[in-house]
Design a protein around this ligand. Structure first.
Ligand SMILES: [Zn+2]
Length: 388
């Protein structure tokens, strides 16, 4: 038992080190990906990643294979994107029935400086009654069923000869391996979440699919992408009705067009927001003693990092039990959305330490950055400013 714990501890340390190097690389690569602050942001490059392929069939249906349906939907999606946005640089990780390792898929997106990565998959479950769509973003799973989906998708690496060294000893079927995602700092979580929620909305309203929600889990294919990225599970091949739908031309058209509509909406929103910077309209605290409140303005670089707990279309009372006793809570009203944060630090290291205390109560919380002008700015932009 003890040695088991020590080995986990050792692995944690090792992964912490690997991840810190990764974070540094990420910051460096972001400075290349993003242009100057005053330039208008344009979504230029989209990568569509049809799951599995070649020797990897993915989930088996009774009459179909996941790899074929994922490819069919991906090609349909790409076609609609090309027709509507010929200026978008569209890249596929595969266009035919070939095997592509998971790390190569992320590499393709990173090398091409993609602005968005969409990985398309079809789910399966022992329970043949299960049906509906889910969209995942990179993160630590909160439920076992999310972990099971990640295990199933990550098992694709077992087809790669040198997977053990390539993925730093990661065993897709061991729950223990997923501990590395505890330390993940997902710079693009908010954007990825936004796009994922647009997709789920479209699945529900346009394609009339059951909405199983936006979820988080540790997917290797999303792990090292340096842009907003999502993994779509467009239905269950294990459900006879859904398999029939997903095999049909109409069904595939509906799914592709829903993902496209979400893409169109996402593109519009981020381009309008101009590099995601958003003016904060009002700020409210729930602590009368202002001395207790870390200042937004008295910092060297005038950037403050905060932990966002939640956001809502309607205001939440700052002393509500919803915040699980965390105080002070700060409310930022941005574009008619109320964002609830806690903590305010001038360095990234401090906020990472602080966030660890918050994670127990809010596992989905994430770090945001606010500048001295009262704008929420992209985290990668803030890190650039702080590191200069
Ligand atoms: Zn899959």
């Amino acid at each position: 038992m003890k040695t088991h714990f020590i080995s986990i501890f050792y692995k944690q340390k090792k992964y912490q080190f690997i991840l810190s190097i990764f974070v540094i690389l990420l910051i460096c690569s972001n400075s290349i990906t993003y242009s100057q602050n005053n330039e208008h942001y344009v979504l230029k490059t989209l990568v569509i990643d049809p799951g599995h392929g070649g020797k990897d069939d993915g989930a088996p249906g009774k009459h179909s294979k996941e790899k074929d349906i994922a490819l069919a939907i991906s090609l349909k999606l790409g076609k609609i994107v090309e027709e509507n946005f010929p200026e978008v640089n569209l890249i596929y990780t595969r266009k035919t029935d070939v095997f592509v390792p998971l790390d190569e898929r992320a590499d393709i997106a990173n090398k091409n400086k993609a602005n968005l990565f969409i990985s398309i998959h079809i789910n399966s479950n022992k329970n043949t009654e299960a049906y509906g769509t889910e969209t995942y973003v990179m993160g630590l799973h909160v439920t076992n069923s999310n972990l099971e989906v990640a295990k199933k998708e990550n098992s694709a690496i077992l087809y790669e000869e040198d997977y053990s060294s390539k993925y730093e000893g990661f065993d897709p079927n061991s729950s223990e391996s997923y501990i590395i995602f505890t330390f993940l700092q997902n710079t693009y979580l908010e954007q990825s979440m936004n796009y994922a929620s647009f997709i789920q909305d479209q699945f529900e309203t346009r394609a009339l699919r059951k909405n199983r929600g936006v979820k988080q889990a540790g997917f290797l294919v999303l792990w090292k992408t340096t842009m907003p990225s999502v993994l779509v599970e467009a239905g269950f091949l294990s459900n006879p009705n859904e398999e029939k739908f997903l095999m049909s031309e109409d069904g595939q058209d509906y799914i592709a067009s829903a993902i496209f509509r979400a893409f169109k909406e996402y593109k519009r929103v981020i381009e309008e927001k101009s590099q995601f910077s958003s003016k904060i309209d009002s700020i409210k605290f729930n602590n009368e003693n202002k001395n207790d409140i870390p200042s937004n303005t008295i910092t060297n670089n005038n950037i403050s990092f905060k932990v966002q707990l939640s956001s809502s279309k309607n205001p939440i009372e700052l002393d509500s039990p919803f915040f699980k006793g965390i105080s002070p809570i700060e409310e930022l009203k941005i574009n008619d959305i109320y964002k609830y944060t806690c903590g305010s630090f001038s360095t990234y290291n401090e906020i990472i330490e602080f966030k660890k205390q918050i994670e127990e109560k809010f596992p989905d919380s994430f770090i945001i950055a606010v500048d001295k002008e009262g704008y929420q700015i992209p985290l990668n932009e803030a890190l650039k400013i702080v590191n200069n």
